[in-house]
Design a protein around this ligand. Structure first.
Ligand code: ADP
Length: 455
């Protein structure tokens, strides 16, 4: 109310001043009363005119969206300008801070590994993060305010959205080759929907792999078990001669060994998957590995092949000795098993120019057709199942080799030609390879070394 009295006073003063001036001028023409009236009217008009001018300036400032400061007038309009400007600035600050909070909130949702989409009561897209846009094949900016069912046409999703029953998530094939997307809807506010999406392709693949693995293991174990059960029944029911009994026992022993090897390989794989990476500062001499592998390989070959071990006299690999031994033994045993009598198996070590080490096992055996090469390291993948089983294979050897290579930062390279032979190369990165002075005395084979998973 501080402005009211001065404003009334100013109006009265202007009218009075006008009346006085008018009266003075009217006295000259002997019409002082008329002069006073006219003067008061002119004063009031002038006052209204300047008032309108200031109101116009103020309205102009309002129209310019409060750009700059409000007009700094005295009196009523000054007070109005000051108060309105203060409220506007206060509101602007509040809106700015709300915007900042909203931006923070949206960037937190944007950072989520899952998709988040907000739909209004008409299923129009209010907002979605880039993960959801990717899952549903949307453009977060362009598709705003669009009805989601016009853009995402997967029947499972549309039916789920329209069903109103959102207790469980549904999954459907994502757009293009996106794999499988799982979607869960939650309602909020007045008919608004929060759509949460997740790419479950990897999880589904792992589930399928786990199921296949269990099925494969069961199958691999059931076969020898069935054979054993048959022999046990035979021995129990039939009177066998000593020769027949020996033969049956020999076959039973073969099946038992097969199961033992399988369980051994499975344990090796589990151990490789569950243990920390091999140390990078424990050095294993390549010659030591060669010496140990050679013993088993020669026994397996029984002089049917020519076995050569070359190079690596001073080479050392950083890692777990038992794992490295298992990988090389698997490769060498495979080379012997898949090479007919009279063939060659060459095991060699070379250090490349970039410092990486290559441990190559080359054979002149049956070889592998090109289409099988990408799948060789899959668990239980066999090119020729009967040959693998007949020679005591489990189908897990190359998976073990690949795991060991990866755990040592390396990789397994395979080249092969059917009928000509195969070459399996373990490549170890330079930091895991070093060369030492040749030992003056050949190293003794340490029989106490823990051997894991030799096929
Ligand atoms: P397996 O125990 O059956 O030998 P692996 O995982 O060691 O299992 O090998 C997978 C498959 O790759 C084998 O079944 C075999 O068909 C093929 N394979 C592996 N090594 C050789 C090789 N040196 N020559 C030919 N085929 C091979």
């Amino acid at each position: 109310m501080g402005w009211l009295i001065p404003r009334l006073l100013a109006t009265v003063l202007v009218v009075l001043a006008g009346a006085l001036v008018g009266m003075a001028l009217g006295a000259v023409s002997h019409w002082p009363a008329v002069g006073a009236l006219l003067g008061a009217a002119v004063g009031a008009l002038l006052h209204a005119f300047f008032d309108a001018l200031r109101a116009h300036r103020f309205m102009d400032w309002l129209r310019r969206q409060h750009e700059g400061a409000a007009p700094r007038d005295a009196g009523f309009w000054g007070e109005v300008g000051y108060r309105v400007e203060r409220s506007v600035r206060l509101l602007e600050r509040r809106v700015d801070s709300e915007h900042a909070r909203l931006d923070q909130f949206l960037s937190a949702i944007e950072a989520s590994p899952n998709g988040v989409m907000l739909l209004d009561a008409n299923d129009q897209i209010e907002w979605c993060n880039s993960v959801a846009a990717d899952h549903f094949g949307l453009d977060p900016q362009r598709d705003r305010r669009q009805r989601v069912t016009n853009l995402v046409r997967a029947p499972v999703f549309v039916a789920y959205l329209q069903s109103g029953a959102y207790d469980d998530a549904v999954s459907f094939a994502g757009p293009g080759s996106r794999g499988t997307i799982s979607v869960l809807i939650r309602t909020y506010g007045e008919g608004m929907k929060l759509v949460l999406s997740q790419d479950i392709t990897e999880r589904e693949r792992n589930d399928a792999m786990r199921r296949d693995f269990v099925a494969n293991v069961s199958h691999e174990i059931r076969t020898p078990l069935t054979v054993l059960a048959g022999f046990i029944e035979t021995m129990g029911n039939l009177p066998l001669t000593e020769v027949e009994r020996r033969r049956v026992l020999e076959l039973m022993s073969q099946q038992t060994t097969r199961m033992q090897t399988l369980v051994g390989d499975l344990l090796t794989l589990a151990q490789l998957e569950g243990s920390p990476r091999p140390p990078a500062d424990r050095w294993v001499a390549v010659q030591r590995l060669f010496a140990q592998v050679q013993v088993d390989a020669r026994a397996l070959s029984a002089a049917r092949h020519t076995l050569n071990f070359n190079g690596g006299e001073t080479a050392q690999i950083a890692g777990a000795e038992a794992e490295l031994l298992s990988a090389i033994a698997n490769l060498v045993n495979n080379a012997v098993r898949y090479t007919p009598s009279g063939g060659n198996v060459d095991v060699s070590w070379t250090q490349r120019g970039d410092g990486a080490g290559e441990l190559r096992v080359r054979d002149s055996g049956i070889g592998i057709a090109r289409e099988h090469l990408p799948r060789l390291t899959e668990r239980f993948y066999r090119v020729d199942g009967s040959r693998s089983r007949d020679t005591g294979g489990t189908g897990l050897g190359l998976s073990i080799v690949k795991h060991v290579a990866q755990r040592h930062g390396g990789e397994l390279e395979v080249t092969s030609e059917p009928g000509k032979g195969s070459s399996f190369t373990l490549v170890f990165p330079a930091p895991r390879v070093r060369s030492s002075e040749p030992a003056t005395q050949p190293q003794q084979v340490d029989e106490s070394i823990d051997r894991i998973g030799t096929a």
